[in-house]
Design a protein around this ligand. Structure first.
Ligand code: NAP
Length: 256
């Protein structure tokens, strides 16, 4: 076997910095833990849960990793710019951006309030634009970086009662592909991960019976399983030639 026949391994990301939005709870927390264990210094962004964010930082440090938290509403341009500035001042680099923060404001279209439409678009779609634009300058300059956008299977299949959320998550697919095309010549990859139904605060109230019937693997996914897919795209040398793609982590729910 020649050296061209195998990729370097294992994954070692010591000295690299990952910014994870919405990392105080749920899927973002699992991503933060997973990237911390892979050696990244993890910046744990949160909006309104300082104690939960501090717990994530503490757990990463207890496992031998390095992390700190930063409060910012990723839908707010000034706060996003200030967050990225703070990370660059403290760490000097951002190697990986995980656009994970997201909200739902579900309701049938006929009764959906304009504010509920707008807040979901502002955070789940415009927030990703703002964070990506803020980190991209540094990544394009250093000609390296990986950006992963957490979308959803509802971007692919739609969902009654989630017109706002599905539209934002489908918009993320276009944003992912456009950014991948723009950044490719500078060595920056941009991909999306599309979870199906994952155990988290966001899905805690849902009626599970009809959901489970629609999942070929017959169970909800875990946040750790989504984090594993993110780690592959963010950290594995084997993902260096993957860009503009959507990796579904959905138990086979949507097969295209
Ligand atoms: P979650 O448990 O509700 O956690 C949401 C996270 O986003 C929290 O850390 C929260 O921070 C943060 N956040 C909310 N508003 C924010 C803002 N304005 N600025 C910064 N951070 C903010 O959600 P989840 O289920 O883990 O979902 C994470 C991502 O996966 C979302 O993009 C979601 O759409 C996507 N997803 C989830 C599922 C699922 O089944 N759970 C399926 C498909 C896709 P605070 O704690 O400070 O509020």
């Amino acid at each position: 076997m020649t050296s061209a026949d195998h990729l370097p391994g294992p994954i070692t990301c010591a000295g690299q910095v990952a910014l994870v939005t919405g990392a105080s709870r749920g899927i973002g927390r699992a991503i933060a833990h997973t990237l911390g264990a892979a050696g990244f210094t993890v910046v744990v962004n949160y909006a309104s849960s300082p104690e939960a964010a501090a717990e994530v930082v503490g757990a990463i440090e207890a496992a031998g990793g390095r992390a700190w938290s930063h409060q910012a509403n990723v839908g707010d341009e000034d706060q996003v710019e200030a967050m990225v500035k703070a990370v660059l001042e403290r760490e000097g680099r951002i190697d990986v951006l995980i656009n994970n923060a997201g909200i739902t404001r579900d309701g049938l279209l006929m009764r959906m309030k304009t504010a509920d439409w707008q807040s979901v678009i502002d955070l789940n779609l415009t927030g990703v634009f703002l964070c990506t634009r803020a980190v991209s300058k540094g990544m394009l300059k250093t000609r390296a970086g990986r950006i992963i956008n957490i979308t959803s299977v509802v971007a692919l299949m739609g969902n009654a009662g989630q017109a706002n959320y599905s539209a934002a998550k489908a918009g993320l697919l276009g944003l992912t592909r456009s950014n991948a095309a723009e950044f490719a010549s500078r060595g920056v990859t941009v991909n999306a991960v599309a979870p199906g139904f994952i155990e988290s605060d966001m899905t805690a109230e849902l009626d599970k019976e009809p959901i489970l019937k629609a999942i070929p693997l017959g169970r909800m996914g875990s946040a750790a399983e989504v984090a594993g897919a993110v780690r592959f795209l963010a950290a594995d040398p084997a993902a260096a030639y993957i860009t503009g793609q959507v990796l579904q982590v959905d138990g086979g729910m949507v097969m295209r």
